[in-house]
Ligand binder design. Structure first.
Ligand SMILES: *Cc1c(COP(=O)(O)O)cnc(C)c1O
Length: 433
């Protein structure tokens, strides 16, 4: 399989190059040149299969030209070491719980797959690989934990000073080993801009093998399609149409759902739900796409003013804005609305985190207009990951799972970095081997 750049369909590269480069040299995102489709019969059989068995079939369809069957099984087995159950919150409304991984957020799926795929593809490489990551919180923790101790790979994480919760910060600043955290005097978009600039810097790339593990990397992005297949297979077979609502920031997660749909998964509609960083919902509602500076909210992992996966959404719908708008509905919500719905749903016996709450709101909004649907919203993080907001909103203690508690005792180690590309470049040059 070859992968093309969303900025130029003629620019095609191998799987290895797409994974190592992350972003194409023309700044486009890589996309598989053919999207394989799974038969209706096979997708029906998924309801009898385990998550892993579904994983072998779905990833096999995408990667069998490039990887052996054993490698595909290893990848899936390494990734799917925790479950992603659907839980009925009220009649016809399901929470797809993606937070049962090591850092309690859905990014564990992509991060685990990505580290394993890189180690499979780069085993013969003599150069040390440097993974650069910009994070607003959860990417950093998932990537750091996914790559911790992986030989020949060094991870450098840029995060905005004072914009990440203490618990999130602990999960990537306390690990040591091959993980370095740089605390940037700026916002998330500044971190992302510096990382992008480093990938395009010819001088740096001559001496260092730089790669990305942000959701722009296909190795992070593609495996997220897996849990859409799994969730769909566990929904009741009652003839109802189904909608999936995805709380979105960089729009990689929802784009993976649309990839699953393109592979034949019969999802009827998608809802893109955001906080007040509303560039995409506004676009879907008829305005032109206009990147904005990001605004801080209580669902801070979605505080993205210029969503990097947007070109993928368009590419998946053959670059037709009209098709995209007819398949995806966008809504956005304030922090007040988010808190209110967290309280409401709590009375039904379910605790939402602020991100899942935004997804739930979007789903309910859609289902008000389309009562013949059943719906799934993606619960992207454990409420304990956003303990301060959740406890304050619900006025009760959230019990932290043990593996989160363990991070809290670690000591933060990070280096300050000015909000200035040349400072970042100097840091990287100091690493040259
Ligand atoms: C990253 C993240 C999101 C946003 O996902 P995208 O793929 O960037 O749209 C939503 N919720 C949580 C908890 C996250 O960490």
């Amino acid at each position: 399989m070859r992968y093309y750049s969303t900025n130029n369909p003629e620019h095609k590269v191998s799987l290895e190059e797409a994974v190592v480069k992350g972003l194409a040299s023309d700044q486009g995102l890589y996309m598989p040149e053919k999207i394989p489709s799974l038969s209706k019969e096979l997708i029906e059989q998924f309801s009898e299969m385990s998550f892993q068995e579904i994983g072998y079939r779905v990833m096999g369809a995408l990667f069998s030209e490039d990887l052996t069957e054993k490698q595909i099984r290893d990848l899936v087995d390494h990734t799917l070491v925790f479950d992603a159950p659907i839980v009925e919150v009220e009649e016809g409304v399901y929470s797809l719980e993606l937070f049962h991984g090591p850092t309690l957020a859905f990014k564990d799926f992509g991060a685990r797959f990505c580290s394993k795929l890189m180690s499979l593809l780069l085993t013969d490489s003599e150069k040390k690989v440097r993974v650069l990551v910009a994070t607003s919180g959860d990417t950093g923790s998932a990537v750091a934990n996914g790559f911790l101790g992986v030989k020949g790979v060094e991870v450098i994480i840029l995060f905005p000073k004072g914009k990440v919760s203490e618990l999130q910060e602990k999960q990537f600043t306390t690990l040591g080993q091959n993980i370095t955290a740089l605390e940037v005097d700026g916002v998330f978009d500044d971190c992302q801009r510096m990382v992008k600039q480093a990938f395009l810097d010819e001088e740096l790339n001559q001496s260092l093998l730089l790669t990305s593990a942000n959701s722009i990397n296909i190795a992070r992005w593609i495996p997220q399609a897996l849990y859409y297949f799994y969730a769909y297979s566990r929904l009741p077979k009652n003839g109802k149409k189904s909608a999936f609502a995805v709380p979105s920031g960089n729009f990689g997660n929802i784009a993976a759902g649309i990839l699953a749909q393109k592979m034949g998964l019969p999802i009827d509609h998608f809802v893109a739900a955001t906080n007040v960083n509303k560039v995409v919902p506004e676009f879907l509602n008829g305005e032109s796409f206009k990147a904005m500076p990001s605004i801080a909210t209580i669902s801070n992992s979605m505080d993205v003013g210029n969503p990097s996966n947007f070109p993928r959404l368009l590419a998946l719908y053959d670059n037709s804005e009209e098709l995209l708008k007819s398949h995806v509905t966008g809504y956005y919500y304030s922090d007040e609305e988010t808190k209110k719905v967290m309280q409401e749903v709590k009375t039904k016996g379910y605790t939402l985190d602020p991100h899942g709450a935004v997804g739930y709101l979007g789903l309910k909004n859609f289902m008000k207009n389309y009562p013949d649907y059943q719906g799934v919203f993606l619960e992207t993080a454990h409420p304990g990951k956003f303990r301060d907001v959740v406890e304050e909103t619900l006025d009760e203690k959230v019990v932290l799972p043990e593996r989160l508690e363990a991070f809290m005792v670690g000591v933060k180690k990070s280096e300050p970095l000015a909000n200035d590309y040349s400072a970042f470049k100097d840091f990287l040059k100091s690493l040259e081997d």
